[in-house]
Design a protein around this ligand. Structure first.
Ligand SMILES: Nc1ncnc2c1ncn2[C@@H]1O[C@H](COP(=O)(O)OP(=O)(O)OP(=O)(O)O)[C@@H](O)[C@H]1O
Length: 309
């Protein structure tokens, strides 16, 4: 019989360059000592966190803990859904960030480390946050659906993530992403895309990238959507126009600071549904993973998920 405050932790042992596997035994002991009933499973491969989450929610767990980086958190959020529906609308999620990047927790102002995580649990503060959904083509050309809490983007970011995820992140998420960004900027060619928000065409032409943001940060600390709110029922859509390589490199520091919105050619829109098409291959990035490409159809589920923190 499950106690109704039992937590199930889904732990990606490979996150933080394998450091999570070394540290989790100590962390789990600390959580149990802190009074939490806790079971856990290690993921064994990409996609496993989604399957484990689905299984545990169906078994009756109502408190899920995601332990890993942004990719793990994204997979766990996807596991809250099955056949387009929340498995249990009452179920709750806590994020123990232990990856290299940590972009989602930046918007949530959650700190890293076991003691901060225990503080978050101890405070018992929960909030309902919006969940983004995107339909896209996967690598095999199949129509696929994914959910996300943070940011999805198409264009330069997709190519950067594809590059960064192939290399080791031993230098840390921010440095790896910065190096990957610079290499990608040098090789990337702006693409011809169109973007409709809530049925209205807001952009058609050559552009660098489009970010569909629920959270604020991507790429290990770039504040790409400084005004995005996780619970306002709207995406912030940031479009980076037809920038030259030189101009992008020059303005890169502004992306980290969130002061890029003032650059001519950057536009921001808000809405609940976003449709993006591209006549060239344009890669999708969702929460630091690169699962497919345009055309993309986004919709928002307002305040659909209960999150601790
Ligand atoms: N057992 C496993 N073996 C190999 N890869 C795994 C395993 N479990 C999960 N993964 C994959 O590891 C990838 C990276 O995980 P995650 O994003 O959590 O960590 P990270 O890369 O260290 O952090 P961040 O994304 O915040 O930089 C995810 O795409 C996930 O699918």
């Amino acid at each position: 019989m499950l106690e109704n405050d039992s937590w199930f932790a889904i732990v990606n042992p490979q996150s933080a360059n394998g450091n999570t596997k070394k540290r989790w035994p100590e962390y789990s002991k600390r959580l149990i000592k802190g009074g939490y009933r806790l079971d856990f499973a290690y993921t064994t491969e990409p996609g496993d966190a989604t399957r484990i989450t689905q299984r545990k929610l169906k078994e009756g767990y109502t408190h899920i803990m995601a332990v890993g980086g942004d990719g793990t958190m994204n997979e766990v959020v996807n596991g809250f859904f099955s056949n387009g529906q929340l498995i249990n609308p009452e179920a709750e999620l806590a994020l123990f960030s232990h990856g290299t990047g940590g972009d989602l927790i930046r918007t949530l102002l959650i700190s890293r480390g076991i003691e901060s995580f225990l503080d978050t649990l101890g405070r018992g503060h929960k909030r309902l946050i919006d969940v983004g959904e995107v339909l896209f083509q996967d690598e095999q050309g199949q129509q696929t659906q994914r959910y996300f809490l943070n940011v999805a983007d198409v264009g330069l970011g997709g190519e950067t993530v594809a590059r960064v995820n192939k290399q080791s992140k031993l230098l840390g998420g921010k440095v790896s992403f910065l190096i990957g960004s610079v290499l990608s900027i040098l090789r990337y060619r702006n693409k011809f895309m169109s973007c409709k928000i809530d049925g209205k065409l807001v952009f058609e032409g050559r552009l660098n990238s489009i970010m569909v943001a629920n959270g604020r940060y991507i790429g290990g600390g770039m504040m790409i959507a400084p005004h995005a709110e996780l619970d306002d029922g709207l995406f912030d859509v940031v479009i980076l126009g037809d920038f030259s390589k030189l101009m992008l490199l020059r303005h890169l520091p502004k992306l980290y600071k969130g002061t890029h919105l003032e650059i001519p050619g950057v536009t921001v829109h808000r809405g609940r549904s976003v449709v993006i098409t591209s006549i060239e291959k344009a890669l999708l990035d969702i929460d630091g993973e690169q699962p497919g490409q345009a055309p993309l159809k986004f919709s928002l589920h307002p305040q659909a998920l209960c999150l601790w923190g």
